[in-house]
Design a protein around this ligand. Structure first.
Ligand code: FMN
Length: 219
């Protein structure tokens, strides 16, 4: 059983969770990364979808320290994907101009990344972590990964660490070279990723509407 102070601490952590995009050079200890991964493992998963035995555990984690050889390779492959996505979107907008208003903000974000030459969170933070969830039926792996990443995010927040989603990782599940680097079969897992490190400057809690304003109690 929890006492009232547990709820207060949880609320504090939930409200302090922010997206950090600028990290200090220092490297958090590996034991913190282990704690963050353990929190991810504690997240729910779609038991009916990933049921079945005889495989390795359905959720796997890959930790890339900054400066590592593998991170340089991963960064190059992620950047290639950003280029491909931008080119594809450009083509789609050209062929169907009515798409432009909807797609343009995301296209601009990809263009910004192309110009910067680095995928935010990859090589800009001490750790880039890829999380893999084996595909099942129905295909709910990205939902499962979101639960996992939220747990990791809250745990990182509780350790006073900054955390950033690296959602382009979600495009890499079918990529043969990226999967070869991870040592998994392409198209067998859905992927997502995040960056973790000491944040440069603590951000204030983000502003959200009060619950009453967005809640309708049904009769
Ligand atoms: C599905 C999803 C994908 C996201 N992808 C990225 C990302 O790739 N890079 C990034 O810096 N932030 C990413 N974010 C973070 C959001 O931009 C951020 O949560 C939002 O602006 C609110 O800010 P806060 O997290 O500080 O409260 C993503 C958030 C969600 C929910």
């Amino acid at each position: 059983m929890f006492d009232d102070s547990s709820g207060t601490v949880l609320d504090e952590i939930i409200n302090a969770r922010r997206t950090y995009r600028i990290f200090r050079p220092g490297v958090p200890p590996a034991v913190h990364i282990g704690g963050i991964i353990q929190a991810g493992l504690a997240a729910p998963f779609a038991a009916a979808a990933v049921g079945g035995k005889g495989h390795e555990y359905f959720r796997q984690f890959f930790v890339f320290p900054r400066g590592s050889r593998d991170l340089v390779i991963a960064g190059g492959l992620l950047m290639q994907k950003v280029h491909m996505m931008a080119e594809e979107l450009e083509m789609q907008m050209k062929n169907n101009p009515s798409l432009r208003p909807k797609v343009e903000p995301f296209y601009c974000r990809l263009e910004m990344i192309r110009k910067a030459g680095v995928v935010p969170g990859v090589e800009t933070a001490p750790y880039y972590i890829v999380v893999a969830e084996r595909k099942g039926y129905p295909p709910v792996e990205q939902q499962s990964l979101a639960h996992c990443l939220e747990n990791m995010w809250l745990k990182a927040t509780s350790l006073n660490l900054g955390f950033q989603l690296v959602s382009v990782t979600g495009q890499m599940g079918p990529d043969p070279e990226f999967c070869r680097l991870l040592g998994i079969q392409p198209d067998v897992f859905e992927l997502n990723g995040c960056a973790v490190g000491y944040y440069q400057e603590q951000l204030p809690p983000s502003i959200r509407p009060p619950a009453e304003l967005v809640t309708r109690w049904m009769e």
